[in-house]
Design a protein around this ligand. Structure first.
Ligand code: ADP
Ligand code: MG
Length: 341
């Protein structure tokens, strides 16, 4: 539905976006995830029409929004935008914030505001409150309601949940995802939070220094990252040397089949910690627990063995018998990913 190709943007000497390509299907959810300063906000502002790219083109459906000869202004794009912060007008009541930009009569707008508030699960009595009188989560939903009021085909969300506490963040994220799905609105969420990206979207794009390093389904990008930096950015990873041949990696944990057998020779491979099954060993242990960092639900175990080139640190479910010096067996579930050199 929306398609970007070859989008680039430079501020002064700094290249902030470099050859960005992306397709988003109607009604789908995409997350763009990357560290702070990687160009996420700039990309959303370009899509919304608040910033002009140096080159490339953008189409929404069969309508060209931007190319060499075209620039459709923000208010004609049919794209909703919930900015990172300062989304609400502080001098306008909640109801007026939502009604901003509605073109109907006073009565019509009043009804539409109530409808929109219900849609985002806000008590309609909050309409007469000032933005500073409601919680961060409620403010976020007001901003979303205001953007939905324009009936956009595409919604852009710039780190919309980052100001919320962990529990509320997950709940608001789920509610927003459900809401956008019901409304049939496609969305692009940008975030530096990998869990948020993986859970929100059906497509994720990893951005680094203004370039997409990888675009794919959350499961694919998580389990088959293209390189070490992408692997580590998306979560905990065990990365170690292996000799790869014929679809099998020979390494300190034994022989592990790999999911990208086209890479061969001396390589580095990656496993996610949840792929390791650690069990107490009575005879012939694979390794010894040399350290335990207990954090409640999860513990980080440092495992060592005489034949290993390095210690492995594995975050795993806590068990009472995980103690320093305990012998363990380590088995591997699933495939390893061979990382690009
Ligand atoms: P993110 O949202 O991923 O944190 P941004 O898109 O906000 O990243 O910024 C990417 C880079 O572009 C940063 O180095 C930032 O300083 C720079 N930048 C953003 N907007 C401007 C601007 N208007 N003028 C100059 N530099 C900018
Ligand atoms: Mg930003």
């Amino acid at each position: 539905m929306i398609e970007l190709s070859g989008i680039s943007k430079t501020f002064g000497q700094t290249t902030v976006l470099d050859d960005i390509n992306l397709k988003v299907k109607a009604g789908s959810r995409t997350a763009i995830v990357g560290p702070s300063g990687s160009g996420k906000t700039t990309l959303l502002r370009i899509l919304a029409g608040f910033e002009i790219p140096d080159g490339g083109h953008i189409t929404l459906g069969d309508k060209v929004l931007f190319d060499q000869n075209t620039f459709i202004p923000a208010h004609e794009r049919g794209i909703g935008f919930v900015p990172q912060e300062g989304a609400l007008f502080p001098h306008m009541k909640v109801g007026d914030n939502i009604a901003y930009g509605l073109k109907g009569s006073k009565e019509e707008n009043h009804l539409r505001v109530a409808e929109l508030m219900e849609l985002v699960s806000l008590d309609t009595r909050l309409a007469s409150h000032w933005p500073h009188e409601i919680s961060g989560g409620q403010q976020q939903r007001v901003a979303l309601a205001r953007a939905l009021a324009q009936k956009p085909a595409l919604m852009l969300l710039d780190e919309p949940f980052s100001a919320l506490d962990t529990g509320l963040r997950a709940a608001t994220r789920k509610a927003t995802a459900d809401l956008l799905e019901q409304a049939g609105v496609a969305s692009i969420l940008v975030t530096h939070d990998q869990q948020e990206a993986l859970s929100f979207a059906s497509q994720i794009a990893v951005i680094r220094h203004g370039r997409f390093t990888q675009v794919g389904s959350p499961v694919d990008v998580y389990s088959q990252p293209v390189d070490e930096e992408t692997a580590l950015f998306l979560g905990d990873a065990l990365i170690f040397p292996a000799q790869v041949n014929g679809g099998v990696a020979r390494c300190c944990l034994g022989d592990i089949s790999v999911n990208n057998p086209q890479h061969t020779g001396e390589r580095r491979i990656m496993l996610r910690p949840e792929q390791l099954m650690i069990t107490a060993a009575h005879q012939q242990p694979t390794a010894i627990i040399s350290e335990v960092d207990f954090t409640g639900h999860l513990s980080t175990l440092t495992l060592t063995a005489p034949g290993w080139p390095m210690a492995l640190q594995v975050k795993t479910l806590s068990q009472q018998h995980w103690q320093k010096g305990a012998p363990v067996n380590v088995a591997v579930n699933g495939h390893a990913c061979v990382l690009a050199a």
